[in-house]
Write a new protein. Sequence first.
Length: 74
Amino acid sequence: MIASYVRNDNNNIVMLLGSRNSFKCRQREYNDGVQLKNTKESLRFISFKESQKIIEKKNKVIYGPLIFDTMSRL
């Protein structure tokens, strides 16, 4: 399990625990620069250090840790 920090739409921070393949499947949204149909928005990853800066300066919240375990459709 890999711990990763992601920003949501409100710029709050979500801590996700998941496998490398789960994160990789979520990021595949474009094919040769063209957005694919019926895809979700990709995750906005940030570093731990950046997440701490956001919390200190903007009084934002960390949600989680949440389990992120997805399987591809292939």
